[in-house]
Every structure is written in structure tokens, then in C-alpha cells.
Design a protein around this ligand. Structure first.
Ligand SMILES: NC(=O)c1ccc[n+]([C@@H]2O[C@H](COP(=O)([O-])OP(=O)(O)OC[C@H]3O[C@@H](n4cnc5c(N)ncnc54)[C@H](O)[C@@H]3O)[C@@H](O)[C@H]2O)c1
Length: 351
């Protein structure tokens, strides 16, 4: 089976490509190397036997250069939630939306399955900010009783309302999801849309607006100061974490059985059992690194930020029984081990 992984030198793309190649698939990774640090994945891809194609999903001819494939895993993106607010909107729309369209056309031309990486950011932040929360000493939790559909202590499900603003990033992803649904319906393309929450693990070039676990851990390692941003500066904001190896294993399952997943749109995340607040993440980073770094409290909330998001993955679990197996402590330990083993070159990107 020949698989094209777009964004294949990025965090998720490279981990997926290496995982699939290790399982005996013929894998091509296409990437324009826009993300700082993606170039560090190239030797790793080569060592795993993944072919690399320097190309751009905005250019149909670059995709055509990959040739016929049985499946395409679309992992390319401008993934920042802040993208487009102070510039960069043109790139965001062309890369995330037109790029997805070009990937769909490539799949249509070759009868290939499409595995599309979407995001929890398709759920409007205004709606997520209206979730009724309770508070413990270290985190926000969702109350048992909610006014909105599709949310509770187990997380946000696919039945959560979709009306409202969601960031330009979330908007491009939801728009792409709508195109995917039409291609599945009209052309019979076998597609699966994964709405991932926070994915974390080794090889994520974390920065303040994307890749929080690496960003937080690296600050502890390199002695960079941090801030609890927004929500009163309490550090109680919560996300569920999914280890990138759990994500790669899920994508491999989806490639194994395209008919089972055809047309599905599913939340995919660590779930309530694998969620942390920033305060709790700090404790894990201190434990892993044995170091502390100063953390200020900044009460002003960033536009589009939400105090709590946890993926309710019941639909996905009902479909295939998939469960993530790695814990937040393991994720942080794995990121720490990776940063430690590559400290000199990562200092340039992460410090
Ligand atoms: N990491 C997460 O927590 C997370 C969560 C939800 C969804 N996702 C989705 O998963 C996918 C992968 O995200 P990631 O975390 O690996 O991001 P990443 O930035 O590490 O990887 C994206 C890769 O795409 C490449 N790229 C960007 N524009 C391109 C273009 N026009 N043509 C070809 N390549 C291009 C970048 O150079 C980069 O290597 C994205 O679609 C993202 O929206 C990620």
C-alpha cells in the first residue's frame, strides 16, 4: 500500500510517516518545510525509509509529482490559532482550505482514501466559553448540568453546537470538512475526519500558540520564564492530551479498514482520563526535569482562547473500540527525553 502524508515533515505527519513505514507501507512525505524545525525530521524520515518530496499542497502539480497512491493522510497545515489575526490570512486560507481541496482532487484522481486531520477548534470558542464550569484546587471541570447540547464532564461530543466564531484556523478546517463530506457523498470517496484535541509528544516544535506541552517543558529545561495567560492567571485551564504515538496508531487503524470509517467525522483525543490543567502540567514538568522556572500570572485572556476543552470520543470508540493508552506523565517524560537527547539542536528552535 502506497501512502502520501502531506505535511509529512511536521510533528504529526513525520510521526505518522515513520510509524506507517515501520509497519511495512510504502510512504511518501510531502512538505514545504514552512514550520521552523520541520527540517530536523528529514534525517529521521530517511532513516525510516520514507521518501521525501519538497512540495506545497497549494500547488496541484506538487501533489501530482507524488504519483498514484492508495491513501492520503492530510497533515499539512498552518495550525496556529492566532493565524490570520495580525496577518497571514492569505497563506492560512490557501494552505488549509485550498490545500485540502487539492488533496481531495488528488484522492479523486487515484481513487485513494483520505484521512483528514481536523481539530477541536471547529467548535466555536464562544460556545466553549459558555460551558458551565466547576473549579477544584488545580483545575476547571465541566459541571454535570449544562445548558448546551453535546457537553458534560466526559467532554465535548460531535453534537456540540457549531454556530459561532471559532478562529480563522478553525474556520478553514471546518470549511475543509464540509468539502470532504461532499466528496464522500458525490464521488464516493472513502474519507475519515479526525477532530483532534491537543496532540503532544517527541518531535513537536512547540511554540506559545501551538504545541503547549513541548513549549512548557522546554521552558523548564532551558530556564525560560512562563505565564499563565488568561482566566484570571490561575493556570486552571484544561485540555486533554493525546500522545502522538496513540494518534499514529489510530491513523494506521483507519488505513487498515477504509470501509469501516468511510464518511465518519469523529473526535479523537486523550479524553477526560488524559487531561491536565496548566498548573498540573507545571508539576509534571518539574518532576520530569527536576527544574523550576518562574511563572507569572497574566489575567488578560487571548482572543479565541477557552478555559476548558476535553474530547468526548464515544463515537470513535463505538466505531472501532480505539482507546489511547499513554498518560500525561508519560507524554511529558517522552518529550523530556527527546529534548534531552537533542538539546543542542533543539535549543535553537525551542529555547
Ligand atoms: N498538534 C496538535 O495538537 C493538533 C491538534 C489538532 C489538529 N492538528 C492537525 O494536525 C495536522 C498536523 O499538525 P502538526 O501539529 O503536525 O503541525 P506542524 O506545524 O508540526 O506540521 C504541519 C506541517 O505542514 C507543513 N506545511 C505547512 N504548509 C504547507 C503547505 N502549504 N504545503 C506543504 N506542507 C505544508 C509544515 O512545514 C509542517 O511541517 C494539522 O492539520 C493540524 O491542524 C494538530
Amino acid at each position: 500500500m502506497r501512502v502520501l502524508v502531506t505535511g509529512g515533515a511536521g510533528f504529526v505527519g513525520a510521526n505518522v510517516a515513520v510509524h506507517l513505514a515501520g509497519a511495512g507501507r510504502d510512504v511518501v512525505a510531502l512538505d514545504n518545510l514552512r514550520r521552523r524545525g520541520s527540517e530536523l525530521n528529514l534525517p529521521r524520515l530517511a532513516a525510516a525509509g520514507v521518501s521525501f518530496l519538497h512540495g506545497d499542497v497549494r500547488e496541484p502539480s506538487d501533489l501530482a509529482a507524488a504519483g498514484a497512491v492508495d491513501a492520503l493522510v492530510e497533515c499539512s497545515a498552518e495550525p496556529s490559532v492566532l493565524a490570520g489575526v495580525a496577518g497571514g490570512l492569505d497563506y492560512l486560507v490557501h494552505s488549509n482550505l485550498v490545500g485540502a481541496y487539492n488533496c481531495l482532487e488528488h484522492c479523486r484522481a487515484h481513487g485513494a482514501q483520505l484521512v483528514f486531520l481536523s481539530t477541536s477548534r471547529v467548535y466555536p470558542h464562544t460556545r466553549l466559553s459558555a460551558v458551565t464550569l466547576a473549579e477544584t484546587d488545580t483545575r476547571f471541570t465541566a459541571a454535570e448540568t449544562q445548558e448546551q447540547a453535546g457537553v458534560g464532564p466526559d467532554g465535548v461530543s460531535e453534537g456540540f453546537p457549531l454556530d459561532g466564531p471559532r478562529t480563522f484556523y478553525g474556520a478553514t478546517k471546518l470549511a475543509a470538512e464540509l468539502l470532504v463530506a461532499e466528496y464522500a457523498h458525490v464521488f464516493g470517496l472513502r474519507t475519515i475526519v479526525n477532530r483532534f484535541g491537543v496532540i503532544a509528544g517527541p518531535w513537536q516544535m512547540g511554540k506559545v500558540d501551538q504545541g503547549i506541552v513541548t513549549f512548557w517543558l522546554a521552558a523548564h529545561r532551558f530556564g525560560r520564564s512562563l505565564s499563565y495567560l488568561g482566566f484570571g492567571g490561575s493556570g486552571k485551564q484544561v485540555r486533554d492530551l493525546l500522545h502522538v504515538d496513540d494518534a499514529a496508531e489510530l491513523i494506521a487503524l483507519e488505513l487498515d479498514d477504509p470501509d469501516l470509517f468511510a464518511g465518519a467525522v469523529v473526535n479523537a483525543g486523550g479524553g477526560a482520563g488524559c487531561s491536565v490543567s496548566l498548573l498540573e502540567l507545571t508539576a509534571l514538568c518539574r518532576e520530569a526535569t527536576g527544574r523550576e522556572t518562574p511563572i507569572a500570572a497574566a489575567s488578560e485572556t487571548r482572543p479565541g482562547d477557552v478555559p476548558w476543552y476535553v474530547s468526548d470520543c464515544a463515537r470513535l470508540q463505538g466505531l472501532c473500540g480505539w482507546q489511547p493508552s499513554r498518560t500525561p506523565a508519560q507524554i511529558v517524560a517522552d518529550v523530556d527525553a527527546w529534548v534531552g537527547a537533542n538539546e543542542t539542536e533543539l535549543r535553537r528552535v525551542l529555547a
